[in-house]
Ligand binder design. Structure first.
Ligand SMILES: O=C(O)[C@@H](COP(=O)(O)O)O[C@H]1O[C@H](CO)[C@@H](O)[C@H](O)[C@H]1O
Length: 264
């Protein structure tokens, strides 16, 4: 059994147009080979459902940067609306309680109306509205210095939260990651199998790094819109590869390459 985990913005979706069409041949190839594609994004479940539908998949999905997973019959999927809504509410309340000199430097989707989220992201208004339907995490911008940002993260961590950089935004969230949810999804597919499930993960930003390192094969998709990810030990060992092309074009080429070499 093989699984492909993929980030969305800047990876399967074009950084600017949010289109996955250039990856359609590789998506079709994986579908024909019975290899599930597991979406793993900082997007909300409300945003990811229509994307999964457009791709034509109904596998579990890692939502809001790993703070939640949709489509697994146990665990968080069974959490009540009250439980799933509370981390976001707690985060917004925490922002009001933190020292003003730091919290005032952060602006998130909860501070912006739909039109502003559409303007900041380049998403159409209907998608921007779905991006504001948050249950766990708050993406936004931190306008302070690196030292102030570190102090802000330390305060969040003391309260059980953390923050991570995506392709565009700096996201406040519970202390978990896409990689932790990936392990949960792998365990789900592993049940009843003898051979270990083989994993590929694709991503472009710091919030993808742990997932890329946890995979049997990690693929860094080039994204000229931000600084390249650092070279890690896993990459030196040959377990992480880099695409030359960006977004869905790079995704398409790299998946075809892994199929050609027999990895997928
Ligand atoms: O954190 C980010 O930089 C982006 C992209 O996250 P991923 O690369 O899909 O994990 O996610 C935020 O912005 C998106 C629009 O650009 C929204 O669709 C997401 O809801 C938001 O979390």
């Amino acid at each position: 059994m093989k699984l492909v985990f993929t980030d969305l913005d800047g990876t399967l979706l074009d950084h600017d147009s949010y289109s996955f069409e250039a990856a359609r041949p590789a998506l079709d190839l994986l579908a024909a080979r019975g290899i599930p594609v597991i979406l793993a994004s900082s997007k909300t479940e409300a945003e990811m459902r229509p994307i999964a539908e457009a791709i034509g998949i109904s596998h579990p999905m890692i939502v809001e940067n790993g703070a939640g997973v949709a489509g697994l019959e146990s665990g968080d999927a069974a959490a009540t609306e009250e439980e799933t809504a509370s981390p976001y509410k707690r985060l917004r309340a925490l922002l009001r309680e933190l020292p003003k000199e730091l919290s005032a430097k952060f602006e998130g989707f909860g501070d912006w109306d739909v039109a502003r989220v559409a303007q900041e992201t380049g998403l159409p208004p209907a998608s921007a509205e779905r991006a504001r339907k948050r249950r766990f995490s708050e993406p936004g911008r931190f306008a302070g210095t690196e030292d102030e940002k570190r102090a802000f993260i330390d305060l969040l961590e003391a309260e059980g939260f953390t923050a991570v950089q995506g392709g565009r935004f700096f996201t406040l969230m519970p202390q978990t990651s896409k990689a932790e949810r990936m392990a949960q999804v792998v365990a789900h597919y592993q049940r009843g199998l003898v051979e270990p499930v083989r994993t590929v993960a694709l991503g472009d930003a710091p919030n993808d790094l742990a997932m890329l390192e946890a995979a049997d094969c990690g693929i860094i998709i080039a994204n000229p819109a931000h600084k390249a990810l650092p070279v890690t030990e896993r990459e030196r060992e040959g377990a992480i590869l880099r695409s030359e092309r960006s977004g869905p074009e790079g995704w398409n080429i790299m998946i075809h390459q892994l199929v050609a070499t027999g990895f997928l």
